[in-house]
Design a protein around this ligand. Structure first.
Ligand code: CA
Length: 238
């Protein structure tokens, strides 16, 4: 009796060892797994009043005096951008094709009475509405704005809105003020990102929509005239 029981145990153990060491059954869905991801690239804007955060017909200022300096518009631009591209950015610019061709810099509000006088524009972007002061020339580090980003606050300078017709000023060899050079340097980009997320121009994370404040420089504006332009946004994606 004992001998038979022992033999049976040995056979069972042998079978189990063969199964774990050699028996492999494989099935495959094919040589390449495939999933198509649709490209999403969209951009839209609304203009809203600073006072009520409600939609208004256009970006506007109160009536200015010509020595008012830099003054923030009464309204702001709410920018919504959605992209899952590998890399993307949004450029801000004017395209003052009606400006006098002799001008090297065509950026800003164009005087309706002449084609040569402009009131330059500046922008600052925030992740949500912020109490932006009503002053400060673009590029002035002494005047900063406390903007919001996804995670905190940050001090940001105003930046000039460039025009697509801007040319390099040969009298300033250290800087290339042309549209092409400014865009290549990222100066015209208010926000950039990829399929994962987005960042404000100041390398701060953000969640769309964004708030863009605009200021105008009225020091050399002539009285009794209107100044106007269109501000454009390009979503550039790869
Ligand atoms: Ca120059």
């Amino acid at each position: 009796m004992n001998g038979k029981i022992n033999l049976l145990l040995i056979l069972l153990l042998s079978a189990a060892m063969r199964a774990s060491a050699a028996d492999v059954m494989q099935v495959s869905t094919g040589s390449i797994l495939s999933a198509q991801v649709a490209a999403v690239n969209s951009i839209s804007i609304k203009v809203k009043s600073i006072a009520a955060n409600s939609v208004v017909p256009q970006l506007a200022w109160d009536t200015q005096t010509s020595d008012a300096g830099w003054v923030k518009a009464n309204s702001y631009i709410e920018l919504t951008v959605n992209s899952n591209s590998a890399a993307w950015n949004v450029d801000i610019y004017t395209n003052n094709t009606g400006a006098d061709s002799s001008l090297l810099q065509k950026n800003g509000l164009l005087c309706s009475a002449t084609s040569t006088l402009l009131a330059p524009l500046g922008w600052v972007i925030s992740d949500s509405p912020a109490a932006i002061p009503n002053t400060g020339a673009p590029g002035s580090s002494s005047v900063t704005n406390t903007i919001n980003y996804n995670g905190g606050t940050y001090s940001a300078m105003w930046t000039y809105v460039k025009d697509k017709g801007d040319l390099d000023d040969p009298s300033t060899p250290a800087n290339n003020e042309s549209w092409a050079a400014s865009q290549a340097a990222g100066y015209t980009s208010v926000i950039y990102g990829n399929s994962v997320g987005q960042n404000l121009a100041y390398l701060k994370p953000a969640v769309s929509p964004e708030i863009i404040y605009i200021e105008g420089g009225f020091n050399y504006a002539i009285g009794g005239t209107a100044y106007q332009t269109q501000i454009n946004f390009d979503l550039v994606f790869q």
